[in-house]
Design a protein around this ligand. Sequence first.
Ligand SMILES: Nc1ncnc2c1ncn2[C@@H]1O[C@H](COP(=O)(O)OP(=O)(O)O)[C@@H](O)[C@H]1O
Ligand SMILES: N[C@@H](CCOP(=O)(O)O)C(=O)O
Length: 293
Amino acid sequence: MVTVRAPATSANLGSGFDVFGAALSRPADVVTVERADRTTIEVTGVGAQYIPEDPEGNTVGAVVEALDAPAHIHIDKGVRPASGLGSSAASAAGAAVALNRLYDRGYSREELVPIAAEGEAVVSGVAHSDNVAPSLLGGFTISTTDGTNSVDARVPLVVCLPDVAVSTRDARRVVPETASMEDLVETVGNAATLAVGMCRSDPALVGAGMSDPVVTPERARLITGYDAVHDAALEAGATGVTVSGAGPALVAACREGDRQAIAAAMLDAFADADIDARAYQTRIGKGATIIEE
Ligand SMILES: Nc1ncnc2c1ncn2[C@@H]1O[C@H](COP(=O)(O)OP(=O)(O)O)[C@@H](O)[C@H]1O
Ligand SMILES: N[C@@H](CCOP(=O)(O)O)C(=O)O
């Protein structure tokens, strides 16, 4: 038996659509695997009722296939599904690390990225790696078709999750097919600024690089109260705010010591829009960890 804690993640960070990702110190899924002749999946925890236990529909089923590693798999969800916090990816990353160890497959964390990403194709139609990469490797990650680079950044974050669901599959349908040259130049500049900020663990630069004029405005329309919550976080001291992943969560970059005020301001703004929400005072953290074997 092997048990792994796999962290939630925030993908895109505004300017890095389908490329940037960050591991969050909390929340996390806990995945336990035991050898079996036939794969069975049991899901408990937050939002478990919305997650298929059939291996065909669960992200961990694709990981079992890719590793040829049948098992009884228990997923204790700490990351709510359809949250924008890489819920489907956390389970896939946790299963990849656990099954790799259980069956002694010998893959490196980098080699597990495309394997875990197969699970993302099951739920969103695209094997995007920007959530599984940080959940496996930790830190800030840059994933391209050539592979993943990671930086052990230390930046405080607040993630605010409203009590509504947005599926990644649906949110990918609103992504514009084209961008103007002006928007392209702005996005590249912001992405480069954010990447430098991560290398320096500088919340001001990270926040400054979070805005994007192409994808985020379209996705923000799917989130009731987005503008008010965004502005409230900035007024409370956030250095930058954007949609986390495909939403509906928002992620705010913060200076040390400001997280409590920012979390309260974001919750108040959602409450003013009649939306229940919860806030996580979190930070960029480590990747999936084996906690028992
Ligand atoms: N192990 C899993 N954990 C979470 N969601 C899963 C899992 N397996 C399949 N799903 C499905 O994936 C969808 C949520 O994934 P997605 O839309 O990408 O949101 P998130 O941002 O939370 O990952 C839901 O339809 C859920 O039923
Ligand atoms: N790059 C993807 C990331 C989706 O993240 P999730 O946490 O919402 O699953 C996208 O933006 O579609």
